[in-house]
Ligand binder design. Sequence first.
Ligand code: SF4
Length: 109
Amino acid sequence: MSIAKGNPCINSKDTDENNNPLLEYENGHLIGKHPKNTEIFSLKQSGHSNLPLAQIIRKKCLDCCAFQAREVRKCVCTSCPLWPYRMGKNPFQAAKHKGKPSNLNKTGG
Ligand code: SF4
């Protein structure tokens, strides 16, 4: 039986593929490799890219909402750790820059 069965976070195609370079066996069980032990080439070949984390979170939120951007925008799961970042921006970072004089000048304020 695929380990993906019943787990909404696992794409069954990941674990059904033979020779997935991002997986390894441990005590006879298929597990994900530690990212530090994966090759960049393998990550890229598997569709991963070096993006800012907020943009990666956005992709995960789209996945969570069946790729319906409007549903991500309206997400009511405010306790989800990804919720503040679901629009692809870090609001904490944005708030930090709002108070800086250089940004106040840019907005004409
Ligand atoms: S914030 Fe909402 S859309 Fe994003 S992962 Fe969490 S529950 Fe899903």
